[in-house]
Design a protein around this ligand. Structure first.
Ligand SMILES: Nc1nc2c(c(=O)[nH]1)N[C@H]1C(S)=C(S)[C@@H](COP(=O)(O)OP(=O)(O)OC[C@H]3O[C@@H](n4cnc5c(N)ncnc54)[C@H](O)[C@@H]3O)O[C@H]1N2
Ligand code: MOO
Ligand SMILES: [Mg+2]
Length: 429
């Protein structure tokens, strides 16, 4: 049997980031920046007001007070918008709005609340220091400065910053397009009543969701039967359009295990038994240069295999370090057994921190959840982590310290996008 680490290494040796290209900013969300971006402009690009109020020379109103306000003639009205305001004469004020260009000669802005809001002449009740409420050229971004580094995930703030520095087509590793293909003549689409012998296809939905958690764009193929011709057609039709394929089912030793039957010998595909529980039968290879992951059909086996093998590969495809689920050290709170020779991934809940908000010295305490069969999704849905029991360990006493893989940690970063549009994939470097 192949070890988990050998199978992982074989996958990561074969997978490379998607080819960098420039995409419209509207399609860059969730992509990883493929090169450093330096500013060619200053932000702000001109001195402007941070308040609605009056542009003045601070010296002209230095001695003002609420009791004896200095009154200045208002000689201009400067809204935000194009144009260069006329210079401010000494002893005068200009009405100015937030974001409007500061007139030459002005060195402070008096906010409206410090004045009588006059239109012809303005009484200033409080003296501004020089520079008050002025946003200077380049105080956010200086021309030539590094705006964002290669490897940054483009979230909302980064997208906004790129727009602010007028980068319309940033260089990115595009989000990988991933075909999710579940096979099985017994499957019906969710929402349809299954007839006797049929079951609802849960894998394609679960795997599609997992791909999205990893920043991938999904094309979900439904209802691929265990028929070699039907599978071959569905598979090769979609292969040309994607950066990776994930299938579930049909990889064991059964008579109708069509995935293994059709893909054996294709590209660098190899079907292995991996020394793990759940998820023993696995396949991986490049076909026409596209990474193809064939995961086992049992729903828990499919998702656990995804987390171990597909997740780091998608991170790499996306231009990020090839990391999988985050790990943490836990203390085992309930004794358990494991079969020798296979690395076990046991679905556990983690005792929360104590009333003081802190964990004890052993960190979180792990307890297996009920129903650990590889067909039993309830336990995976209830689990917070996968406790990793090494291959050689058969008895795990209470108090053992083991590594666990944290589940659901990135669900806060789920990106939108069920599929992709032509605009997402136009290659026009
Ligand atoms: N004689 C042996 N039988 C099996 C072995 C073995 O070594 N010798 N391995 C078992 C293990 S372990 C696993 S895991 C499964 C792997 O099976 P396949 O990848 O071939 O998957 P299927 O046979 O198509 O289905 C297995 C199981 O999962 C259900 N399934 C499949 N697809 C879906 C889906 N999209 N949504 C929900 N459930 C799905 C399917 O109905 C079966 O119950 O093989 C064991 N057998
Ligand atoms: O390895 Mo299977 O994935 O035990 O159920
Ligand atoms: Mg089978």
């Amino acid at each position: 049997m192949t070890t988990v680490d050998e199978h992982t290494a074989r996958i990561l040796a074969a997978v490379a980031p998607t080819r960098p290209r420039r995409v419209d900013l509207a399609h860059a969300h969730g992509c990883v920046l493929a090169a450093d971006v330096r500013a060619t402009v200053a932000v702000p690009s001109f001195d402007n007001s941070a308040m609605d109020g009056y542009a003045v020379r601070a010296a002209d109103v230095a001695d003002t007070s609420a009791q004896t306000p200095v009154v200045l003639p208002v000689e201009a009205d400067i809204p935000a918008g194009p144009g260069i305001p006329v210079p401010l004469r000494p002893g005068a004020a200009a009405r100015i709005m937030t974001g409007a260009p500061l007139p030459a000669g002005a060195d402070a802005v008096v906010q409206l609340e410090w004045t009588d809001a006059g239109r012809e002449a303005v009484a200033v009740h409080q003296a501004p220091r020089r520079g008050l409420h002025i946003r200077r050229v380049g105080e956010d971004v200086k021309p030539g400065s590094l705006v964002l580094s290669a490897g940054t995930i483009l979230g909302s703030a980064q997208i906004g910053l790129l727009a602010a520095v007028n980068v319309a087509r940033p260089p990115v590793c595009p989000r990988p397009r991933v075909a999710v293909l579940s096979t099985g003549s017994e499957l019906v689409e969710v929402g349809s009543p299954p007839r006797p012998g049929q079951i609802v296809d849960s894998n394609s939905h679960a795997i599609a969701a997992a791909v999205r958690e990893c920043g991938g764009l999904v094309r979900r193929l439904v209802g691929v039967s265990d028929d070699a011709d039907a599978f071959t057609k569905s598979f090769y039709d979609v292969l040309a359009e994607v950066d990776a394929v994930v299938t579930t089912g049909g990889v064991s030793v059964g008579a109708y295990d069509v995935v293994k039957e059709v893909l054996t010998g294709a590209g660098s595909m190899r079907f292995d038994h991996v020394a793990m529980q759940p998820g023993r039968p696995q396949g991986f290879g490049l076909i026409e240069g596209v990474p193809v992951f064939t995961l086992p059909g049992n729903p828990v086996s499919a998702l656990v295999s995804f987390d171990l093998f597909v997740r780091p590969a998608l991170a790499r495809l996306r231009g990020l370090p090839a990391t999988g689920l985050p790990t943490l050290e836990v203390t085992v709170g309930t004794a358990l057994r494991s079969s020798p020779g296979r690395r076990a991934y046991i679905r556990v809940r983690l005792d929360g921190p104590g009333p003081d908000g802190r964990y004890g010295p052993g960190g979180p305490v792990a307890h297996p959840v009920a129903a650990q069969g590889s067909h039993q999704l309830t336990s995976l849905a209830a689990a917070q982590a996968l406790l990793v029991v090494p291959e050689e360990v058969t008895e795990v006493p209470v108090g053992s310290r083991l590594t666990a893989l944290l589940l659901g940690a990135d669900s806060g970063s789920i990106l939108s996008g069920m599929g992709w549009t032509d605009a997402d994939v136009t290659d026009d470097r």
